[in-house]
Design a protein around this ligand. Structure first.
Ligand code: ADP
Length: 385
């Protein structure tokens, strides 16, 4: 007689221990995985929610090797990673999901733009400046149009950092000359934004791809302040966003969850950027969808089938809480009826993402009012728009 035994849990290692790792940790046992984070300190956001913690820097090869030794698969809390280092470790047998080859598309805007232009995915008109010797090519490119430009560091930017808006087209060269000293730069046309939307997709190891409902994102100074389901666009645009998201997931051989951020322009959708990890635009799925983005990411990277992505209510609103000049009150935020307040366990600092608030229901206006009332009580510095 043998006792029935269940297969051992897949051991997931996460590079980084911020709020995304914390929310993955919250769902890990429901999807039968065991999580170890590589944290820089015991006060990192994810430490209370996961099974095991290693202390180390995300760029330290010995720390990454230590993480890989206690993990069947390694994934990411953030994308501030060294792709060459990850590729070296992959060659030594470490399994990363998503792979370093797929991660290139989110870590480096110049790679994404160059490869998407070649693959005919819609992107803003752009010019890639790898070094100062490319500046004459920039002058030629600038001569082809009158539009204003946006200048972006190809790597290392997030929440609007590393994105510059030259006051005139002529100012572009000076801005790029300075920025290219720190690495490759993408210069693109400043498009007319009718809005911004985000499409979350998940691809499994056996090429099943599921898509969440499209959402509208609202940005303030390059930082996402709020997210609305359903997206404020017509059905044909939502369908196009979904089809493109699925095609991109297959094109880059994604495994796991990916957010595709789009610009909505008079000429249609343009891809802005990709995030190959659970994303701020998908936090509403914790309460608002049949399977959250965190659960589906863990399912995908641990080789399981994917869960359903349908919304479970007519509408959802999520508002980020970003530290204001004075700390607010979590208790007051929680006292607002019918909201879900997620506190990331971080110490308050002005400008720091401290948590988010979600409300789900059938009246988008009511959800909007309640999430903002709660977020303001919590002490957010972002303003209602
Ligand atoms: P980050 O990587 O920091 O999120 P993004 O490339 O998303 O930077 O740019 C931040 C914000 O700047 C975008 O959400 C958008 O509002 C604005 N922006 C970026 N590129 C363009 C563009 N080509 N045209 C108009 N606005 C842009």
């Amino acid at each position: 007689m043998f006792a029935a035994t269940s297969p051992p849990r897949v051991r997931v290692g996460i590079i980084g221990a911020g709020q995304l790792a914390r929310m993955m940790g919250d769902e890990a046992h429901d999807v039968d995985v065991d999580v170890t984070v590589l944290a820089t300190s015991l006060s990192d956001s994810a430490v209370p929610s996961v099974d095991h913690v290693l202390i180390g820097e995300p760029g330290d090869e010995d720390a990454l090797i230590a993480l890989s030794r206690v993990s069947d698969v390694v994934t990411f809390d953030h994308e501030l990673v060294d792709l060459d280092q990850l590729s070296r470790l992959e060659a030594r047998g470490v399994i990363f999901r998503p792979s370093p080859a797929a991660l290139r598309f989110s870590v480096d805007k110049s790679i994404q733009r160059a490869e998407f232009a070649a693959a005919n995915f819609p992107i803003p008109r752009c010019c890639i400046i790898a070094s100062s010797s490319d500046l004459p090519a920039l002058e030629e490119w600038l001569a082809t149009s009158d539009e204003l430009t946006v200048v972006k560091a190809a790597r290392g930017g997030y929440d609007g950092r590393g994105v510059l808006f030259p006051a005139t087209r002529e100012d572009t060269v000076g801005v790029v000359r300075d920025l290219v000293r720190t690495g490759p730069v993408v210069v693109e046309e400043r498009v007319t934004l009718l809005g911004e939307v985000a499409q979350l997709v998940v691809r499994s190891m056996d090429d099943d791809v599921v898509a969440y409902p499209l959402v509208t994102t609202v940005q303030d100074n390059g930082m996402c302040t709020e997210v609305h389901y359903p997206a404020r666009v017509d059905d044909s645009l939502a369908q196009r966003a979904r089809e493109l998201g699925v095609a991109i997931a297959r094109h880059i051989a994604l495994v796991g969850v990916m957010a595709v951020e789009y610009f909505v322009t008079p000429a249609g959708l343009l891809v802005n950027e990709l995030a190959l990890r659970p994303h701020n635009s998908g936090h509403w799925t914790i309460e608002g969808a049949a399977t959250s983005q965190f659960a589906n990411h863990l399912r995908a990277i641990s080789g399981q089938s994917l869960g359903p992505t349908r919304a479970t209510s007519d509408a959802a609103v999520m508002v980020n809480v970003v530290g204001a000049s004075e700390p607010g009150s979590l208790a007051a935020a929680r006292a607002v009826p019918d909201v879900y307040v997620h506190d990331y366990g971080k110490t308050w600092r002005p400008g720091r993402k401290l948590g988010h608030v979600t409300a789900v229901g059938d009246d988008p206006l009511d959800l909007h009012v309640r999430t903002w009332r709660s977020a303001r009580a919590y002490g957010t510095c972002t303003r209602e728009v």
